[in-house]
Design a protein around this ligand. Structure first.
Ligand SMILES: Nc1ncnc2c1ncn2[C@@H]1O[C@H](COP(=O)(O)OP(=O)(O)OP(=O)(O)O)[C@@H](O)[C@H]1O
Ligand SMILES: [Mg+2]
Length: 247
Protein backbone atom coordinates (compact mmCIF):
# COMPACT_ATOMS: atom_id res chain seq x y z
CA UNK A 1 0.00 0.00 0.00
CA UNK A 2 1.25 3.49 -0.81
CA UNK A 3 2.10 5.63 2.21
CA UNK A 4 0.72 8.69 0.39
CA UNK A 5 -1.84 9.05 -2.36
CA UNK A 6 -2.52 12.49 -3.80
CA UNK A 7 -5.48 12.63 -6.15
CA UNK A 8 -6.55 15.45 -8.43
CA UNK A 9 -5.54 18.33 -6.13
CA UNK A 10 -6.83 21.67 -7.37
CA UNK A 11 -6.25 24.94 -5.57
CA UNK A 12 -6.97 28.55 -6.50
CA UNK A 13 -6.16 31.80 -4.74
CA UNK A 14 -8.96 34.01 -6.00
CA UNK A 15 -8.73 33.75 -9.79
CA UNK A 16 -5.21 32.36 -9.72
CA UNK A 17 -5.57 28.60 -10.38
CA UNK A 18 -2.31 27.49 -8.74
CA UNK A 19 -2.61 23.68 -8.62
CA UNK A 20 -4.36 22.02 -11.55
CA UNK A 21 -5.03 18.34 -10.98
CA UNK A 22 -1.97 17.09 -9.11
CA UNK A 23 -1.77 13.28 -8.88
CA UNK A 24 1.00 11.14 -7.44
CA UNK A 25 1.68 8.33 -5.00
CA UNK A 26 4.59 7.69 -2.71
CA UNK A 27 5.72 4.33 -1.33
CA UNK A 28 7.18 3.81 2.14
CA UNK A 29 10.88 4.74 2.13
CA UNK A 30 10.72 6.56 -1.22
CA UNK A 31 12.33 9.93 -1.86
CA UNK A 32 10.41 12.26 -4.17
CA UNK A 33 11.96 15.51 -5.34
CA UNK A 34 9.82 18.31 -6.71
CA UNK A 35 11.48 20.78 -9.05
CA UNK A 36 10.04 23.63 -11.08
CA UNK A 37 10.27 27.35 -11.64
CA UNK A 38 9.20 30.05 -9.19
CA UNK A 39 5.42 30.27 -8.85
CA UNK A 40 4.75 26.81 -10.26
CA UNK A 41 2.94 25.78 -7.05
CA UNK A 42 5.54 23.69 -5.19
CA UNK A 43 5.16 25.36 -1.79
CA UNK A 44 1.38 25.46 -2.13
CA UNK A 45 1.37 21.71 -2.75
CA UNK A 46 3.47 21.06 0.38
CA UNK A 47 1.19 23.36 2.39
CA UNK A 48 -1.89 21.45 1.18
CA UNK A 49 -0.28 18.13 2.18
CA UNK A 50 0.49 19.54 5.64
CA UNK A 51 -3.04 20.96 6.12
CA UNK A 52 -1.65 24.48 6.35
CA UNK A 53 -3.74 25.26 3.28
CA UNK A 54 -6.85 23.54 1.97
CA UNK A 55 -7.26 22.45 -1.62
CA UNK A 56 -10.56 23.17 -3.40
CA UNK A 57 -10.78 19.71 -4.88
CA UNK A 58 -9.08 16.33 -4.59
CA UNK A 59 -8.07 13.77 -2.01
CA UNK A 60 -5.05 13.18 0.21
CA UNK A 61 -4.68 9.70 1.71
CA UNK A 62 -1.94 8.76 4.20
CA UNK A 63 -1.51 5.08 5.12
CA UNK A 64 -5.00 4.38 3.81
CA UNK A 65 -6.57 7.15 5.93
CA UNK A 66 -8.22 10.00 4.01
CA UNK A 67 -6.86 13.15 5.65
CA UNK A 68 -8.34 15.51 3.07
CA UNK A 69 -11.40 15.15 0.86
CA UNK A 70 -12.37 18.22 -1.16
CA UNK A 71 -15.91 16.90 -1.66
CA UNK A 72 -16.56 17.11 2.10
CA UNK A 73 -17.47 20.64 3.08
CA UNK A 74 -16.92 20.42 6.83
CA UNK A 75 -13.92 22.33 8.14
CA UNK A 76 -11.87 20.15 10.51
CA UNK A 77 -11.57 21.14 14.18
CA UNK A 78 -8.21 22.33 15.55
CA UNK A 79 -7.76 18.93 17.20
CA UNK A 80 -8.44 17.08 13.93
CA UNK A 81 -6.01 19.39 12.12
CA UNK A 82 -3.31 18.64 14.68
CA UNK A 83 -3.79 14.90 14.08
CA UNK A 84 -3.56 15.34 10.29
CA UNK A 85 -0.40 17.46 10.58
CA UNK A 86 1.32 14.82 12.70
CA UNK A 87 1.69 12.63 9.61
CA UNK A 88 4.14 15.13 8.16
CA UNK A 89 7.25 16.90 9.29
CA UNK A 90 8.10 20.14 7.53
CA UNK A 91 11.47 21.83 7.17
CA UNK A 92 11.37 25.37 5.80
CA UNK A 93 13.82 27.43 3.79
CA UNK A 94 14.41 29.85 6.68
CA UNK A 95 14.68 27.23 9.46
CA UNK A 96 11.96 28.91 11.61
CA UNK A 97 13.51 27.83 14.91
CA UNK A 98 12.10 29.39 18.07
CA UNK A 99 14.72 32.06 18.85
CA UNK A 100 13.92 32.22 22.57
CA UNK A 101 14.54 28.49 23.15
CA UNK A 102 17.79 26.54 23.33
CA UNK A 103 18.59 23.95 20.65
CA UNK A 104 17.46 21.14 22.96
CA UNK A 105 14.21 22.92 23.83
CA UNK A 106 13.49 23.54 20.14
CA UNK A 107 13.64 19.79 19.57
CA UNK A 108 11.74 18.73 22.71
CA UNK A 109 8.99 21.36 22.71
CA UNK A 110 6.47 19.64 20.42
CA UNK A 111 6.86 16.14 21.95
CA UNK A 112 6.51 17.67 25.43
CA UNK A 113 3.27 19.36 24.43
CA UNK A 114 1.80 16.66 22.22
CA UNK A 115 2.95 13.27 23.52
CA UNK A 116 2.59 11.52 26.86
CA UNK A 117 6.23 10.37 26.88
CA UNK A 118 8.27 11.20 29.98
CA UNK A 119 10.54 14.23 29.94
CA UNK A 120 13.57 11.93 30.37
CA UNK A 121 12.63 9.85 27.34
CA UNK A 122 11.89 12.93 25.21
CA UNK A 123 15.26 14.47 26.12
CA UNK A 124 17.10 11.20 25.48
CA UNK A 125 15.54 10.87 22.02
CA UNK A 126 16.20 14.55 21.26
CA UNK A 127 19.87 14.13 22.14
CA UNK A 128 20.08 11.07 19.88
CA UNK A 129 18.58 13.13 17.05
CA UNK A 130 20.98 16.00 17.70
CA UNK A 131 23.81 13.48 17.71
CA UNK A 132 22.63 12.13 14.34
CA UNK A 133 22.77 15.61 12.78
CA UNK A 134 26.15 16.26 14.43
CA UNK A 135 25.00 18.90 16.92
CA UNK A 136 24.77 17.26 20.36
CA UNK A 137 27.45 19.65 21.63
CA UNK A 138 25.23 22.65 20.73
CA UNK A 139 22.28 21.52 22.83
CA UNK A 140 22.46 24.46 25.24
CA UNK A 141 23.12 27.09 22.58
CA UNK A 142 20.48 29.40 21.14
CA UNK A 143 19.63 29.56 17.42
CA UNK A 144 21.33 32.97 17.01
CA UNK A 145 24.60 31.34 18.12
CA UNK A 146 24.52 28.82 15.24
CA UNK A 147 25.40 29.04 11.55
CA UNK A 148 22.58 28.72 9.02
CA UNK A 149 23.61 25.15 8.22
CA UNK A 150 23.60 24.25 11.92
CA UNK A 151 20.19 25.89 12.40
CA UNK A 152 18.80 23.91 9.50
CA UNK A 153 20.14 20.67 10.97
CA UNK A 154 18.41 21.53 14.26
CA UNK A 155 15.21 22.15 12.28
CA UNK A 156 15.55 18.67 10.76
CA UNK A 157 16.05 17.11 14.21
CA UNK A 158 13.03 19.05 15.47
CA UNK A 159 10.86 17.76 12.61
CA UNK A 160 12.02 14.18 13.25
CA UNK A 161 11.23 14.42 16.98
CA UNK A 162 7.52 13.97 16.25
CA UNK A 163 8.28 10.77 14.29
CA UNK A 164 6.43 11.82 11.12
CA UNK A 165 5.49 9.29 8.44
CA UNK A 166 6.71 11.66 5.76
CA UNK A 167 9.29 14.43 6.01
CA UNK A 168 8.84 17.40 3.68
CA UNK A 169 11.51 19.96 2.81
CA UNK A 170 10.82 23.29 1.11
CA UNK A 171 14.10 24.42 -0.48
CA UNK A 172 16.07 23.47 2.62
CA UNK A 173 19.37 24.87 1.37
CA UNK A 174 18.42 27.92 -0.67
CA UNK A 175 19.13 30.33 2.22
CA UNK A 176 22.59 28.82 2.76
CA UNK A 177 26.07 29.53 1.46
CA UNK A 178 27.46 26.72 -0.71
CA UNK A 179 29.80 25.45 2.03
CA UNK A 180 26.90 25.14 4.49
CA UNK A 181 24.62 23.55 1.88
CA UNK A 182 26.79 20.41 1.80
CA UNK A 183 26.39 19.62 5.50
CA UNK A 184 22.58 19.88 5.28
CA UNK A 185 22.43 17.75 2.13
CA UNK A 186 24.58 15.13 3.87
CA UNK A 187 22.02 14.87 6.68
CA UNK A 188 19.15 14.52 4.19
CA UNK A 189 21.11 11.88 2.30
CA UNK A 190 21.69 9.88 5.51
CA UNK A 191 17.93 9.99 6.14
CA UNK A 192 17.35 8.62 2.64
CA UNK A 193 19.87 5.84 3.36
CA UNK A 194 17.80 4.99 6.46
CA UNK A 195 14.64 4.86 4.26
CA UNK A 196 12.89 7.91 5.63
CA UNK A 197 10.00 8.73 3.28
CA UNK A 198 10.66 12.27 2.02
CA UNK A 199 9.33 14.93 -0.33
CA UNK A 200 12.00 17.47 -1.18
CA UNK A 201 11.33 20.71 -3.04
CA UNK A 202 14.75 21.72 -4.27
CA UNK A 203 16.78 23.62 -6.83
CA UNK A 204 19.83 21.40 -6.17
CA UNK A 205 19.64 19.35 -9.36
CA UNK A 206 22.65 17.11 -8.81
CA UNK A 207 21.46 16.36 -5.27
CA UNK A 208 17.96 15.56 -6.55
CA UNK A 209 19.54 13.31 -9.15
CA UNK A 210 21.56 11.41 -6.52
CA UNK A 211 19.02 11.03 -3.75
CA UNK A 212 15.63 10.67 -5.46
CA UNK A 213 13.64 7.62 -6.44
CA UNK A 214 11.29 9.85 -8.39
CA UNK A 215 11.33 13.42 -9.64
CA UNK A 216 8.34 15.57 -10.43
CA UNK A 217 8.70 18.69 -12.58
CA UNK A 218 5.96 21.22 -11.92
CA UNK A 219 5.10 23.88 -14.43
CA UNK A 220 2.13 26.26 -14.21
CA UNK A 221 0.37 24.14 -11.57
CA UNK A 222 0.58 20.82 -13.42
CA UNK A 223 3.06 17.96 -13.29
CA UNK A 224 4.69 18.56 -16.66
CA UNK A 225 7.18 15.67 -16.40
CA UNK A 226 7.91 12.86 -13.98
CA UNK A 227 10.14 9.85 -13.76
CA UNK A 228 13.36 8.52 -12.27
CA UNK A 229 16.49 10.68 -11.94
CA UNK A 230 17.30 9.90 -15.59
CA UNK A 231 14.74 12.51 -16.68
CA UNK A 232 17.32 15.10 -15.63
CA UNK A 233 19.86 13.57 -18.02
CA UNK A 234 17.41 13.08 -20.86
CA UNK A 235 14.50 15.47 -20.29
CA UNK A 236 11.22 13.92 -21.35
CA UNK A 237 9.56 17.23 -22.16
CA UNK A 238 10.62 20.44 -23.84
CA UNK A 239 9.52 22.51 -20.83
CA UNK A 240 11.75 20.46 -18.54
CA UNK A 241 14.61 20.78 -21.00
CA UNK A 242 14.21 24.56 -21.06
CA UNK A 243 13.98 24.68 -17.26
CA UNK A 244 17.16 22.63 -16.81
CA UNK A 245 19.16 24.68 -19.28
CA UNK A 246 18.18 27.83 -17.36
CA UNK A 247 20.37 26.61 -14.45
N1 LIG B 1 -1.46 32.63 0.48
C1 LIG B 1 -1.50 32.99 -0.82
N2 LIG B 1 -2.40 33.89 -1.26
C2 LIG B 1 -2.49 34.24 -2.56
N3 LIG B 1 -1.68 33.74 -3.51
C3 LIG B 1 -0.75 32.84 -3.15
C4 LIG B 1 -0.62 32.41 -1.79
N4 LIG B 1 0.38 31.50 -1.72
C5 LIG B 1 0.85 31.36 -2.98
N5 LIG B 1 0.17 32.16 -3.83
C6 LIG B 1 0.38 32.23 -5.30
O1 LIG B 1 0.38 30.90 -5.79
C7 LIG B 1 1.34 30.75 -6.83
C8 LIG B 1 2.26 29.59 -6.50
O2 LIG B 1 3.05 29.93 -5.39
P1 LIG B 1 4.03 28.93 -4.67
O3 LIG B 1 4.59 29.64 -3.50
O4 LIG B 1 3.32 27.65 -4.42
O5 LIG B 1 5.12 28.71 -5.79
P2 LIG B 1 6.55 27.97 -5.70
O6 LIG B 1 6.59 26.99 -6.80
O7 LIG B 1 6.77 27.47 -4.32
O8 LIG B 1 7.57 29.14 -6.05
P3 LIG B 1 9.07 29.43 -5.47
O9 LIG B 1 10.02 28.54 -6.26
O10 LIG B 1 9.31 30.88 -5.78
O11 LIG B 1 9.09 29.15 -3.99
C9 LIG B 1 2.02 32.09 -6.97
O12 LIG B 1 1.40 32.75 -8.04
C10 LIG B 1 1.74 32.78 -5.66
O13 LIG B 1 1.70 34.16 -5.82
MG1 LIG C 1 8.16 27.88 -2.83
Amino acid sequence: MAILEVKNINKSFGRNHVLRGIDFTLEQGEVLSIIGSSGSGKTTLLRCLNSLEFADEGKIIVNGETIFDGSVNKRPSEKELMQKRLHFGLVFQNFNLFPQYSVLDNVTLAPRLLTKDSREQIEREALELLESVGLADKRNNYPCELSGGQQQRVAIARALAMKPNILCFDEPTSALDPELTGEVLKVIRSLADRHMTMIIVTHEMSFAHDVSDEIIFMDGGVIAARGGPAILDNPTSDRLKAFLTSF
